[in-house]
Design a protein around this ligand. Structure first.
Ligand SMILES: *[C@@H]1O[C@H](CO)[C@@H](O)[C@H](O)[C@H]1NC(C)=O
Ligand SMILES: *[C@@H]1O[C@H](CO)[C@@H](O)[C@H](O)[C@H]1NC(C)=O
Ligand SMILES: *[C@@H]1O[C@H](CO)[C@@H](O)[C@H](O)[C@H]1NC(C)=O
Ligand SMILES: *[C@@H]1O[C@H](CO)[C@@H](O)[C@H](O)[C@H]1NC(C)=O
Ligand SMILES: [Zn+2]
Length: 418
């Protein structure tokens, strides 16, 4: 008993040291005109945005992290610019410590005999190991591709799932990626669960009639950094740009070739939405690019998994609608309603809409680039965060993977109906 308590105290101390950079940081809900909120993204850490028609204030809202110094500077700014705000937490470090404790407990309680379970979060090596195991167990339909190295030299793997070895060029292809944003930990389990359902043929026709490319860990450097150093890390960890000594990393979802370099705020390396020194400057975004281009002619659906907000967002990030918007919207509704049927009561229903309309303007996203190069149906899918934002407790993983799979099934069936 004494030893157990000593152990707990030690653990708590270790965890505390890790998150101490956020000691005294605040979370504020801020609302106001769309341009005002969008403008914050270049200067502050925005953890999430809530569309006006879902928010309490009926305006676009952002959840922002403010250090004590930032608080002094920004609260008067909000007031001066007719933006409302409300304190959500005055102790971010405590939230992170609790989260880490829950994660550690969940990991310890899992079945140690299997590489992964759906009850905990795993590091990038374990995820790679799981992919290799799936490849070894289902060699007739799974090919594990070692697609390239991350900036820090980690292997980025993806799987190709096909009953015809990718040789039947009449089959449609679906591409899914996860963890482009490092801190959005619930996205890899969704991608891994999709792989598992496909190889186990839970919906046999979807494996028989469609070829799949799934990239469950697009940003391993950032993900490891989020696990081990800074829970709120979002970008890659590259140091190839000017200013990278102080501010390493690039926001992968601003690094794609769509209206890249057109917004001044995105060129600041210290911004969490830094677009990088050039399009596709990141080895991690090049892996997605090349995977997408490898089967472009027959790829009908692309989904980038993100956390959080129960949203399926489509092109364009500049607010214009793509020429096939009706079809994009309709397919999105099919996916959303399949998910909503299974959602928890406390979760909002999925919003399906143009990304700039629902939230605000963006450039350089994978969703817009994949649409631009010709994939008809492309989405950013924001998974549920409930009241935890992207710090979703592991006890919710099974819920999220199950309902999201239902959405993917609906999307795949829509593709087959075309
Ligand atoms: C989980 O297991 C590790 C290693 O045995 C231990 O150090 C840690 O305290 C455990 N975590 C919890 C929350 O029990
Ligand atoms: C794990 O494997 C061992 C040895 O094969 C077995 O005895 C044990 O029951 C397994 N545990 C679980 C939870 O499956
Ligand atoms: C790097 O930044 C410095 C100082 O801001 C600037 O003078 C220089 O031109 C930049 N170099 C490149 C390659 O952008
Ligand atoms: C938005 O981007 C699309 C695709 O490049 C383009 O066709 C459209 O004209 C742009 N709209 C605006 C308002 O710039
Ligand atoms: Zn994201």
């Amino acid at each position: 008993m004494v030893r157990a308590i000593a152990c707990l105290l030690l653990l708590a101390a270790a965890v505390q040291a890790k998150h101490e950079q956020y000691e005294g940081h605040f979370l504020y809900q801020v609302w106001g005109p769309s341009e005002g909120i969008a403008n914050l993204e270049g200067h502050l850490d925005i953890l999430s945005a809530t569309p006006a028609y879902r928010s309490e204030s009926k305006k676009l809202e952002a959840l922002v992290r403010l250090s004590p110094e930032e608080k002094v500077e920004w609260l008067p700014f909000f007031e001066k610019h007719q933006m409302g705000y409300k304190l959500v937490s005055d102790n971010l470090a405590r939230i992170l410590q609790n989260e880490e404790f829950e994660n550690s407990r969940a990991r310890n309680a899992t079945d140690q005999n299997s590489t992964i379970t759906w009850d905990a979060y795993y590091d990038s090596n374990t995820i790679n190991k799981y992919l290799d195991e799936v490849g070894a167990k289902y060699p007739e339909i799974v090919t594990v591709i070692n697609a390239g190295l991350s900036y820090e030299g980690r292997q980025i793997k993806y799987v190709r799932i096909s009953t015809t070895r990718f040789e039947n060029l009449r089959k449609p292809v679906i591409v899914i990626d996860a963890a482009a944003h490092a801190r959005e930990w619930v996205t890899p389990p969704v991608a891994l669960y999709i792989i598992q359902q496909l190889v186990e043929r839970s919906e046999k026709d979807l494996t028989d009639l469609i070829d799949w490319i799934i990239i469950p860990m697009a940003n391993p450097d950032g993900y490891e950094y989020s696990m081990n150093e800074d829970r709120l890390w979002r970008k890659t960890r590259s140091k190839s740009h000017n200013g990278s000594e102080e501010c390493p990393g690039v926001d992968m979802n601003r690094n794609f070739a769509f209206s890249w370099g057109t917004v001044a705020a995105n060129s600041n390396p210290c911004s969490i939405i830094y677009e990088g020194p050039a399009v596709f400057s990141e080895p991690e975004t090049r892996v997605i690019r090349d995977a997408v281009l490898s089967q472009l002619d027959r790829t009908y659906l692309y989904i980038s998994l993100h956390s959080f907000g129960n949203m399926l967002l489509y092109a364009w990030g500049n607010g214009s609608l793509p020429s096939n918007a009706l079809s994009v919207h309709y397919a999105g509704i099919q996916m959303a309603s399949a998910i909503d049927k299974l959602k928890l009561e406390k979760a909002p229903i999925y919003i399906v809409g143009n990304a700039a309309n629902v939230l605000y303007f963006t450039t350089g996203t994978s969703r817009d680039w994949t649409r631009l190069v010709g994939i008809p149906l492309t989405y950013t899918m924001e998974l549920p965060g409930y009241e935890y934002q992207f710090m979703v407790p592991p006890t919710y993983i099974s819920q999220i993977i199950t309902e999201s799979w239902a959405g993917i099934v609906a999307g795949a069936r829509y593709v087959l109906s075309l």
